[in-house]
Design a protein around this ligand. Structure first.
Ligand SMILES: Cc1cc2nc3c(=O)[nH]c(=O)nc-3n(C[C@H](O)[C@H](O)[C@H](O)COP(=O)(O)OP(=O)(O)OC[C@H]3O[C@@H](n4cnc5c(N)ncnc54)[C@H](O)[C@@H]3O)c2cc1C
Length: 326
């Protein structure tokens, strides 16, 4: 079966793909990790395919301003940054194959990747399908995303200098976010639904000593208030059911992220939170299957680390293929 028509038109290629052929490498997910892997795979002369369910670019396209990716001292929007990644990937023969990855199987050193657009056969795989943040459970979430609602304090804290912000969550990430935000915002409110924080004690102690951070426990968010951007948050006391509005300029959501690992269920080793465990070469518990970016168990999830993972994974896949041939 030929699937030439399934390639998206915005990335040119000097090579067409046929799903009857066996690829050296299938890169799954066209975010920063997958696009970087494809640059390295293209330059290494591998016969590869890059699969994406939506348009390419990954999560970062939702960010208006990226100030921490090196090489852009004035900052750049997430979508513009990803356009550059895509242009560079395209230069080395990358085309996006449109399809949703549903299942991955391995048999006799061959991976069979079931997608919504057909089965891909490949001798190695880079799994770079990222993670999705758990969404703030209020009806206005989508309307205010990027307009005061953020899922990345490391990325967006500087935009809230001298403002009042709220961090939703009670785990380590929420408290790290609160501490980071307290360096910029004049007041940080940590909103948590339970009567105790979940974060490690040492972190709780540091937060409790910080005069800029205030805890609002046993409260849940109900509605975002605002016109064009966030101006307040209606919260409810879980015990008394009383609600009130707190005036804030930004909401940072840190209630967890969900790695996109469903197609790998049962075949690869995951950590306790469901992220893929890898070694330093990005190799997973399955030989020939590499993971890169946010989907991986890693201490920092950013564009720069995803790109780095993608480069290492492509390099490792190349070495793996060379060994297979010996
Ligand atoms: C709002 C926001 C702001 C951010 N700001 C910054 C910042 O300023 N600086 C910074 O460095 N980082 C920032 N980040 C973090 C950064 O976006 C991520 O760390 C980075 O995008 C991870 O790249 P990735 O390639 O691993 O995964 P992703 O970007 O998640 O890309 C994964 C890709 O895989 C695709 N995919 C998923 N499932 C399937 C499937 N079943 N089949 C086919 N394709 C699939 C997805 O559609 C996606 O395109 C921000 C994140 C968010 C959400």
């Amino acid at each position: 079966m030929e699937n030439f028509d399934l390639f998206s038109e915005d990335m040119s290629s000097n090579r067409k793909a046929d799903l009857n052929e066996v690829f050296d490498l299938a890169i799954l997910g066209a975010g920063p990790a997958g696009l970087t892997a494809s640059i390295y795979a293209g330059r290494a002369g591998l016969k590869f395919i890059l699969v994406e369910r939506l348009s390419s670019g990954g999560q970062i396209v939702f960010s208006d301003q990226v100030d921490n990716y090196p090489g852009f001292p004035e900052g750049i929007s997430g979508s513009q940054l990803m356009e550059r990644f895509e242009k560079q990937a395209s230069k080395f023969g990358t085309q996006i194959f449109s399809g949703e990855v549903r299942e991955i199987k391995k048999s006799d050193n061959l991976f069979l990747i079931e997608t919504s657009s057909g089965t891909i056969k490949s001798r190695s795989v880079i799994y770079a399908m990222g993670a999705d943040p758990m969404k703030l459970p209020v009806p206005e979430e989508e309307r205010f995303r990027g307009k005061g609602v953020s899922y990345c304090a490391t990325c967006d804290a500087a935009f809230f200098k001298d403002k009042i912000v709220c961090v939703v969550g009670g785990g380590d990430t929420a408290l790290y976010d609160a501490l980071h935000l307290s360096r910029f915002a004049k007041n940080v409110i940590v909103l948590h639904r339970r009567d105790k924080l979940r974060a490690v004690k040492v972190l709780q102690d540091i937060v409790k000593k910080n005069p800029r951070i205030e805890l609002l426990l046993e409260h849940i968010p109900l509605h975002i208030i605002g016109n064009k951007k966030v101006e307040g948050l209606e919260v409810e006391n879980v015990k008394t059911r009383e609600s009130k509005v707190i005036n804030i300029d930004g909401i940072f959501v840190a209630i967890g992220i969900v790695p996109n690992t469903l197609p790998l269920k049962g075949i690869v080793e995951l950590d306790e939170k469901g992220f893929i465990k890898t070694d330093l070469n990005m190799e997973t518990s399955v030989q020939g299957l590499f993971a890169a970016g946010d989907v991986r168990a890693t201490p920092l999830r950013q564009v720069v680390t995803a790109a780095s993972d993608g480069a290492i994974a492509a390099f490792s896949a190349q070495k793996y293929l060379e060994n297979l041939e010996r």
